[in-house]
Design a protein around this ligand. Structure first.
Ligand code: 3UK
Length: 529
């Protein structure tokens, strides 16, 4: 259409869904899920039905929908169905507590909630606190009945038409948001635009992974993480390849069996999982056939060299470590197939630039540690409603990652830690402050400080230094009780793996806990776990 003001119309659903059918891949399998095989044609129909169903409920361009769904095909239908009519899907972590969903809904002012029945059951009693919400659409996999105040995803879908044109969105329209955890606890809404996924596909996925129609992807990282969203969904769909979805949380046995059964060619994991898989195979003595894999990817935190070597020795396949972020959408510095410097994050991905700068923004010489800043066209538009943080992190074309790095003389980048106190555990952010605040709610806890400690395998786990109230005994039982307490209050992966009882915390004159001193105590004692 040549109406003025429309700009270049572009809708991401076109490339990732419709183009595949146009190219003649209609009969090809896009998604493997349990015993289901979903062709590109069937996927397109479902996507169209979701778009039509939302239109019928009154959804318009720029309305937002919170998507709380496990890695099942309905996630993909909902994500692209919303986007196709210009509605903005916001996939969020499925492992959060009810109050976290209250935050996501009220912060984003989502008009709709598409939610899996299991998770809805946990949060429905809070419904009155979701201020802007108009429709709740429950994705059912069981035969359970729903209450009258919610919609049934599948029955709405069946009633909706299977033909749908893309909305006249612009390439710079908001396409989807992802939430990224901040150091003070509250997650930030990261706004991504319609052109972002294509950029990540054409750079990292095509030029580093060399993804093609021949590939089949499996991501252990869930679709609601930016890492899993690419590896498990839009990389394979953008390449006309296939993806294997797994609803369950990734444990070693499930992942090994899934690889043997569905024979993926590319596997996306985080270092902790590679470590668990290696341990599991060694402990059980089980042998698994991973010969279908041509490459494995690791991201989320730095991959310890020992894991690279063990994995390569056991399965004769390389793990490519690369750094990505929710703001950058996917990986922007990475090792390459046939060009790996073990222990480094690799070189800049084509399509991106990276600099190491000092606190004034001046570029530092080779081998000097500084702040990593990057630029590239799939970096987020910005954070939702966080004007000050936007000014600090998105400076001109450059995004400040918050990571300390140096670059060596050959152009490889080496990770040196976070600029703030945030911890990466199993590839997922854990805010020490949130864990501390939780422990402080326990009746026996007087004071607490949480820091990250490196275990023998160099992976980081949260450790809590706890000062108990007077008269409370420092027992092993109390340790276990506190761990359980955190697991029940917060997303379970945040609990402190190690608890040490101490008599008092090191503090500044103004009463601020000196975390660096705790880290020093750890070093002096050379504790290894
Ligand atoms: C850290 C790494 C060392 C780093 C992500 C791949 O992890 C992802 O996104 P998040 O927003 O976290 C981003 C931060 O995580 N990090 C990630 N990868 C590495 N540190 N080595 C690595 N290989 O602090 C970064 O700033 O959760 C990963 C693709 C998409 C992603 N969103």
């Amino acid at each position: 259409m040549d109406l003025r003001g429309l700009g270049v119309t572009y809708n991401a659903a076109n490339l990732f869904i419709d183009e595949n059918v146009k190219k003649g891949l209609g009969e090809k399998i896009a998604i493997y899920y349990r015993d289901k095989r979903i062709s590109y044609k069937a996927l397109q129909e479902k996507v169209n039905r979701v778009g039509n169903m939302l239109r019928k409920l009154g959804y318009k361009m720029e309305d937002r929908i919170l998507l709380v769904c496990h890695d099942i095909p309905e996630f993909v239908y909902s994500f692209f169905g919303a986007m196709k009519i210009g509605v903005v899907p916001i996939p969020v972590n499925t492992m959060m507590q009810p109050s976290d969903y209250e935050y996501f809904l009220n912060n984003s002012r989502a008009k709709g909630l598409m939610i899996h029945e299991d998770i809805w059951a946990n949060i429905q009693q809070r419904k009155d606190r979701f201020l802007f919400l108009e429709h709740i659409i429950v994705i059912k996999e069981s035969a359970n009945n729903l209450s009258e105040d919610v919609f049934d995803f599948h029955s709405l879908l069946d009633q909706a038409d299977k033909e749908l044109e893309n909305a006249l969105t612009n390439k710079d329209d908001s396409a989807f948001w992802l939430f990224s955890s901040g150091s003070t606890g509250d997650p930030k809404g990261v706004i991504h635009l319609h052109h972002d996924m294509e950029y990540a596909l054409n750079t990292y996925a095509k030029q580093v992974l060399e993804i093609s129609e021949e590939d089949r992807c499996l991501s252990a990282s869930k679709l609601f993480f930016a890492y899993g969203l690419g590896g498990g969904m839009y990389f394979p769909l953008g390449a006309g390849a296939s993806t294997v979805l797994v609803k369950e949380r990734p444990d070693p046995e499930t992942i090994f069996q899934t690889i043997e059964k569905y024979k993926p060619t590319i596997f996306f994991g985080v270092p902790t999982l590679y470590g668990m898989m290696i341990d599991y195979a060694l402990k059980t003595g089980k042998r698994f056939d991973l010969s279908s894999l041509r490459v494995c990817v690791s991201a989320g935190e730095a991959l310890p060299p020992s894991l690279y070597y063990k994995w390569k020795d056991m399965y004769q396949v390389d793990i490519l470590d690369g750094i990505g972020s929710t703001e950058a959408l996917h990986i922007f510095i990475s090792n390459r197939i046939k060009d790996i410097k073990i222990g480094s994050s690799g070189k800049v991905v084509p399509g991106f630039d990276a600099k190491i700068v000092d606190e004034n923004g001046a570029e530092l010489p080779i081998n000097e540690i500084g702040d990593l800043v990057i630029r590239g066209d799939c970096i987020a538009h910005g954070y939702w409603n966080l004007h000050d943080q936007n000014k600090q992190k998105f400076i001109g074309e450059w995004f400040h990652t918050g990571d300390k790095y140096y670059k060596d003389e050959e152009g490889y980048f080496w990770y040196c830690g976070r600029s703030d106190d945030m911890l990466k555990v199993g590839g997922v952010w854990v805010s020490p402050i949130e864990v501390e605040n939780c422990l402080l709610q326990h009746q026996d806890v007087f004071e607490v400080a949480v820091i990250g400690v490196e275990k023998k395998d160099r992976l980081v786990v949260p450790k809590a230094f706890v000062v108990l109230k007077q008269g409370v005994d420092k027992t092993k039982e109390k340790e276990e009780e506190l761990k359980l307490f955190v697991k029940q209050q917060l997303a379970p992966y945040k609990y402190p793996r190690i608890i040490e009882f101490i008599d008092e915390l090191p503090k500044t004159a103004t009463g601020k806990i000196q975390r660096y001193k705790l880290r020093e105590i750890l070093k002096v004692n050379e504790v290894s776990y």
